[in-house]
Design a protein around this ligand. Structure first.
Ligand SMILES: [Mg+2]
Length: 367
C-alpha cells in the first residue's frame, strides 16, 4: 500500500492532513497548532515529496529520513509539518488493521486520569482558586496545574507579588488529596527559580514545570538538583540531540515531549523509550483539545513510563470549543476526573465538514 496523495486543510491556527493510498484507504492527522498555515506550506514544499510513493504502513524509517534529508532545516517548522504526516499514517494504519492507535503502540483502550491545566496569568489568585475548586467538585478532577511567573519573563512577574500569592491561595483552596502542579514557562533565572521552588515545597506542590528558559539546560539542572520536588520540561524541544542531552544529564525529573511539536508519534515514542531507559517518567505536553491531547491519550495508555495523568486544557477558546469545532465525536468527555481512550480504529475521530469547508486547501500527489 503506497502513499498516493497528501492534502491539507488549514486556517491560521490549526490544520489537518489527509493521506490517501493507491488502494483508496485514508487517514487523518494534524500538523501542530499556531501558524498552521505556514506549516502547511512547509508540508507541501519539504515533507510531501519524501512521502509520496512510499509505503503507507511501514513508515517509521521514512519519518526519520525526512529529518535527515531536510538537514539544512533543523527546528520547529519541519517537525510540526512532519507531525501531520506521522499522525495521518498512524490513523490510516489503525483503520486498515481495525485497531485504535493505542493498540498499535502496545497498549489498551480505557480510562485515563487527567489534570486540569490552566493557561492563564491574567487571573487573580482568588479567581483561579474558585474555578479550579469548581472543576474539582463538578468534574471530579483531582490534579491541577496553574501558572507562576511570566512566560520568558526574566524574573519579572505578571504583576508584583502574584507568584507569592497564587501558590498558597490556590493550594489551600484545593486542599488535601489533590495533585498540585505549577508552570513557569521559561520565566526564571536559576536563583529566582530555586526561591520559587522553596515556596512550592512549602505549599504541597509536586511539579515545577519549565522553571528556566528551556534552552538553558544547565540552568534547569541547577534547579532540579536544588529542589526536592519534580522539575519537569521539554515541551518545546524537537531535536533528538536536545532530548539525548536532557535525558543523559537528568536535566529534569519528568520529560514532557509535545507529540505535534516534536514530529509525531514515532519520534515521541523514541523520546519516551530514551526516558524509560534512564528511569524517567514521560508526561506528554498537550495544552489544547486538538489532536495533540488525543495523541497523548493513546501514548499514555501504551508506554511503561507514562506519567500520573494527562494534561487537559481547561480554557474555553483552546479547549472544549475547539473540540466542538473540529471533531464530529467528542473524545474528551470527563467522567470522575478521567477521559476514555476509545477502541474505535485509528484516532477514533472524524473532522467536521464545517471546518474542512472553511479551511484553506492544498494538495500534493504522485505524478
Ligand atoms: Mg508548560
Amino acid at each position: 500500500m503506497l502513499i498516493k496523495k497528501l492534502e491539507t486543510f488549514t486556517n491560521q491556527t490549526i490544520g489537518f492532513v489527509r493521506v490517501t493510498t493507491d488502494t483508496g484507504d485514508q487517514g487523518w492527522g494534524q500538523i501542530s497548532t499556531y501558524n498552521a498555515d505556514i506549516t502547511c506550506d512547509v508540508f507541501h514544499r519539504q515533507i510531501a515529496r519524501h512521502a509520496i510513493g512510499k509505503d503507507a504502513l511501514d513508515f517509521t524509517d521514512m519519518i526519520d529520513l525526512i529529518g535527515e534529508k531536510e538537514l539544512k532545516f533543523p527546528g520547529s517548522y519541519v517537525r510540526r509539518a512532519t507531525a501531520g504526516l506521522d499522525t495521518a499514517l498512524w490513523d490510516l494504519k489503525g483503520r486498515v488493521e481495525n485497531k485504535p492507535v493505542v493498540e498499535l503502540l502496545g497498549g489498551t483502550p480505557g480510562p485515563l486520569r487527567i489534570y486540569g491545566s490552566s493557561m492563564r496569568r491574567d487571573i487573580t489568585p482568588q479567581d483561579e482558586a474558585k474555578r479550579l475548586v469548581r472543576l474539582r467538585d463538578e468534574k471530579g478532577i483531582d490534579a491541577f496545574k496553574w501558572r507562576v511567573g511570566l512566560e520568558a519573563g526574566r524574573d519579572v512577574d505578571k504583576w508584583p507579588g502574584r507568584t507569592e500569592e497564587i501558590v498558597p491561595v490556590v493550594s489551600k483552596a484545593l486542599g488535601d488529596g489533590i495533585a498540585k502542579l505549577v508552570d513557569g514557562n521559561s520565566g526564571f533565572s536559576p536563583k529566582r527559580a530555586i526561591e520559587v521552588g522553596r515556596l512550592l515545597e512549602d505549599n504541597d506542590i509536586c511539579h515545577f514545570e519549565e522553571p528556566c528558559p528551556y534552552w538553558e539546560f544547565d540552568w534547569t539542572k541547577q534547579v532540579t538538583d536544588a529542589l526536592s520536588i519534580d522539575v519537569t520540561g521539554g515541551e518545546q524541544d524537537c531535536e533528538m540531540s536536545a532530548w539525548r542531552t536532557i535525558i543523559e544529564k537528568k536535566t529534569v525529573n519528568i520529560v514532557q515531549p509535545d507529540v505535534l511539536y516534536l514530529g509525531g508519534i514515532h519520534r515521541t515514542m523514541q523520546v519516551a523509550r530514551l526516558a524509560e531507559e534512564a528511569g524517567l517518567p514521560c508526561l506528554p505536553h498537550s495544552a489544547n483539545l486538538g489532536l495533540a491531547t488525543l495523541c497523548s491519550m493513546h501514548i499514555l495508555r501504551a508506554i511503561a513510563n507514562g506519567g500520573n495523568y494527562l494534561e487537559y486544557s481547561i480554557e474555553g477558546p483552546y479547549s472544549q470549543q475547539w473540540a466542538d469545532e473540529l471533531f464530529n465525536e467528542n473524545p474528551f468527555t470527563i467522567t470522575d476526573g478521567k477521559v476514555n481512550v476509545s477502541d474505535a480504529p485509528g484516532w477514533g475521530v472524524t473532522i467536521k465538514k464545517s471546518f474542512l469547508d472553511a479551511a484553506n486547501y492544498q494538495m500534493s500527489e504522485a505524478e
